[in-house]
Design a protein around this ligand. Sequence first.
Ligand SMILES: Cc1cc2nc3c(=O)[nH]c(=O)nc-3n(C[C@H](O)[C@H](O)[C@H](O)COP(=O)(O)OP(=O)(O)OC[C@H]3O[C@@H](n4cnc5c(N)ncnc54)[C@H](O)[C@@H]3O)c2cc1C
Length: 406
Amino acid sequence: MSGHALIDGAGVGGLTAALALARAGWSVTILERSRLEKEVGAGLQISPNASAILRELDVLPRLGTAALAPRAIRIRRGRDGATIARLPLANAERRWGAPYLLAHRGDLQSALLDAVAAAPSIRIETECAFTGFAATDSGVTVAALRGAQSASFAADLLIGADGMRSLLRERLNQADAAARVARYVAWRALVKSDRLALDLRQPESTLWLGAGAHIVHYPLRGGRITNIVAIFGGAKAIEASADIWAEPGDPRRIAARFADWDGRVGALIAAAEEWRIWPLVERPPPPISSAGRVALLGDAAHPILPFLAQGAAQAIEDAAALAAFLKPGCDVAAALAAFVAARRARIERVQRESRRQGVIYHLPGPPAACRDLAIRALGEERIVARYDWLYGGRPIANASKNRWFS
Ligand SMILES: Cc1cc2nc3c(=O)[nH]c(=O)nc-3n(C[C@H](O)[C@H](O)[C@H](O)COP(=O)(O)OP(=O)(O)OC[C@H]3O[C@@H](n4cnc5c(N)ncnc54)[C@H](O)[C@@H]3O)c2cc1C
């Protein structure tokens, strides 16, 4: 056994890190402030760079038929629905070494929790909120609150996987204030697919592009439900105390925003009974992502705009990379610093490309027409090839093709 790791947060990043560290010989305790209810969140696109890791950690078999492999990504013009491109995904396994999947976040979390339950060296403390830590050269002591009761935990290292509004990030970076205003807002809904016309129920991920906005929809759970995400610009204050998944959106507002788009977009929006709003934040990796025996991963370290659907995927990559560096008997502080350094270039590239993708998606008028012409001129193969660095990429440059855990 290598030692004992504490992980703050049982989101996708924290749970994957626990599994990867347990594989590397660590015993792990995860602190999670919520009760871990199953249905939290909406859909997630799990790209091959992430599904490869989940497969190796025995999570994919547990996800089973709850995950759906779309045949293609279809890009449509918002104004009239014309197909700009259809990018086939059927050969994802051959091209990138793992499948491209669509799943409900709750189903992925359940599969991760099943895998965690099967790992005797991992323990989860739910309804237990991290509040602070004290680190020395030989270990870390973590303070937490279980209801009104304080609790304390000791470990050899502490990983902050506590999401976009990470308290641990704040503790490490006192001068680096949390983001207070988002530039984009995402509206999310889940609808029963039988409320939608056949054209909107294809086993594809469909992306509608228009001036200043785009909308994505794809089927989940064997096609029984459809996940919709609409994103458009607009400053929104970030309520530090608000429940991140629960802020309701006014259906009339989103219907008005897309009123002049193709009628199928209107039908999609009208089919949703309730909308949730999510402010979108991107922050560069903070000045301090690791200090001694403490390090950050996932959204806590680097929230990413979702235009490439990579936030959870990069959290999963972080987890695999972390375990690759934390070898038995290693110098923990040096390994954590090396982990952060090894991830930086890829994270920065994903952030940069996501930002750029957002600008391209939301182009108005003539620039949008040029974009559509350019996409058509490039053709499917060359567009798909532009994602090879991402979907076929590995969490750390020197990882062997398909194995991270020995
Ligand atoms: C609209 C939208 C669409 C997206 N689509 C995709 C997609 O298709 N594919 C993709 O890969 N990514 C996508 N993402 C990004 C993805 O949702 C996030 O990047 C991902 O969930 C980050 O995972 P995480 O584990 O780092 O953080 P989180 O999922 O936020 O988990 C953090 C956990 O820490 C817990 N926690 C917080 N504070 C404390 C504390 N003090 N003590 C204990 N526990 C605590 C929380 O309760 C939570 O369980 C999307 C994001 C948005 C907004």
